[in-house]
Design a protein around this ligand. Structure first.
Ligand code: ADP
Ligand code: MG
Length: 464
């Protein structure tokens, strides 16, 4: 037996129902929260007790579900009865110049249902990462163009494999997901899978334990497009590399697309089997460089609009000037701004921006410890960690020690004295000496500069 609320809603349109919901919500949350998170939601359709609404992006869903799930459920039950349900649809804007919050379904916008695209296996593709919301810049031009070409014609270009490399947070994962999404958008029947090299290794090891290695390898060999992220994690995993080599050959020979990402160029993947490295260079290797100032502004503009917030030019420039290393941090800054303003019911003013930017830089430093730096540097140079604390004067130990000290000084807030103490009770002048030595080296020697960059990336990637 339906109750009154359930019967009543039968007459109402999605717009009316959502209006009622908004009325309740408005009384229960601060004004800025209401503006930020609920006003941008637009009703789409109602079917029995299921209300479908558009949200600007999947971040909205995550945020709302985490913070306002109880309120939403209560509201929906109140308006639609106990069977009431809310389904979110994500609205991805196709046009880069599109204004935020245009929810007109007759325009060029594309609606993506969160639950659509159900292949008969989990493809791990994140529908949030598309070409439409990937901002072009000088640093990613080649990688993006090649990725786009492959998305349109997988296996049919000379970019096979496509190998995308670059530092952390620069958009590698985004771009390779975008390829997969594009391939499926053009042809739903294509078999596409995204997997990180780490997860691939774990699955492989499980298949050995379960005696299903053959099934494991045949499964990947049936793909039309195989996308493997962070291939550097295969270093030191000989058996996984062997199996991947076989899968790679089968796919490549039958004109199937392989897409790989890595933190380094193929030739710099020391410890990866030579035959794999040589195959990586069969196709195209494209790097992604950190975004320049203009690209950072463009990214901030675009993301703030999809998050539904307005930032002045002064604010955008301040963030772009102060957060320079990667895009993940730019995005992190916006999310923090949103969170801070909506949780504290505060408008986003310049003070809040300054505070948030500062928090981001300090947080990063808090998470990086001298121990972590030592570990990563020692792994890299193949030196035992305790050697750095001893009075060992072997050339490679001295170098590893100096680099670790230099990184400790640049990446943490530790004082010279504390750093010295953590390296076997050395004096602060030793740390200063290490710092100037490495700085000189970086100026003169390009290879050294690259080593330091790689180490920094590794460290930041671990704490991110
Ligand atoms: P990586 O894999 O290189 O570490 P990600 O692909 O995870 O970096 O990117 C980090 C974040 O920055 C993601 O949320 C991604 O969507 C965003 N991002 C990176 N590059 C761009 C870009 N050019 N345009 C828009 N967003 C980007
Ligand atoms: Mg990544």
């Amino acid at each position: 037996m339906q109750n009154l609320a359930e019967l009543a809603h039968l007459q109402k349109s999605a717009v009316d129902v959502w209006k009622e919901c908004l009325k309740i919500i408005k009384d229960n949350v601060p004004f800025i929260t209401y503006n930020t998170w609920f006003l941008p939601i637009k009703p789409f359709d109602i079917e029995n007790t299921i209300l479908k609404v558009y949200v600007p992006n999947s971040f909205f869903i995550e945020w709302i579900e985490e913070h306002y799930n109880t309120l939403i459920n209560k509201t929906i039950h109140q308006v639609l009865g106990s069977d009431g349900k809310l389904i979110y649809l994500i609205l991805e804007e196709k046009e880069e110049t599109a204004e935020p919050h245009k929810f007109d379904t007759t325009s060029k916008n594309q609606v993506i249902e969160t639950e659509n695209r159900q292949p008969d296996f989990e493809n791990y593709l994140n529908v949030r990462y598309t070409f439409e919301n990937f901002i072009k810049g000088e640093g990613n031009q080649l990688a993006r163009a090649a990725a786009f070409a492959i998305g349109e014609n997988p296996g049919q270009t000379s970019f096979n494999p496509l190998f995308i490399y670059g530092g952390v947070g620069l958009g590698k994962t985004h771009l390779i997901h975008a390829i997969g999404n594009k391939v499926l958008e053009k042809d739903k029947s294509k078999k596409v899978i995204y997997i990180s090299a780490d997860a691939f290794t774990v699955e492989f090891v499980e298949s050995i334990q379960n005696d299903t290695v053959n099934e494991f390898s045949s499964f990947y060999k049936t793909m039309d497009c195989l996308i493997i992220d962070d291939i550097q994690f295969l270093i030191g995993k000989e058996k996984t590399q062997d199996l991947f080599f076989q899968i790679f050959n089968t796919l490549h020979q039958s004109g199937k697309q392989v897409v790989l990402s890595s933190d380094k160029a193929p030739k710099d993947l020391k410890g990866l089997n030579e035959r794999l490295i040589s195959r990586f260079s069969w196709g195209l290797s494209a790097d992604i460089q950190p975004p320049d100032f203009e690209t950072r502004i463009a990214i901030l503009k675009n993301k703030s609009e999809t998050f539904g917030i307005y930032l002045s030019n002064e604010t955008l420039e301040y963030i772009a000037q102060n957060i320079t290393s990667n895009i993940r941090e730019l995005e992190g800054c916006l999310i923090k701004l949103l969170a801070n303003s909506s949780l504290n019911s505060k408008e986003i003013d310049f003070e809040l921006v300054k505070k948030t930017v500062k928090e981001i830089s300090t947080n990063k430093q808090v998470n990086i410890s001298v121990e972590l730096i030592t570990k990563i540097v020692c792994d890299f140079f193949g030196v035992e960690e305790n050697k750095l604390r001893e009075k060992n004067r072997r050339k490679e130990v001295v170098m590893a020690r100096q680099i670790a000290m230099y990184l400790a000084k640049t990446l943490t807030k530790s004082s010279l004295k504390t750093i010295g103490l953590q390296f076997g009770g050395r004096d602060h002048s030793t740390v200063i000496h290490a710092q100037t030595t490495v700085e000189e080296l970086i100026k003169k020697d390009m290879q050294a500069r690259e080593v330091i960059e790689t180490l920094k990336n590794k460290i930041e990637m671990t704490v991110n």
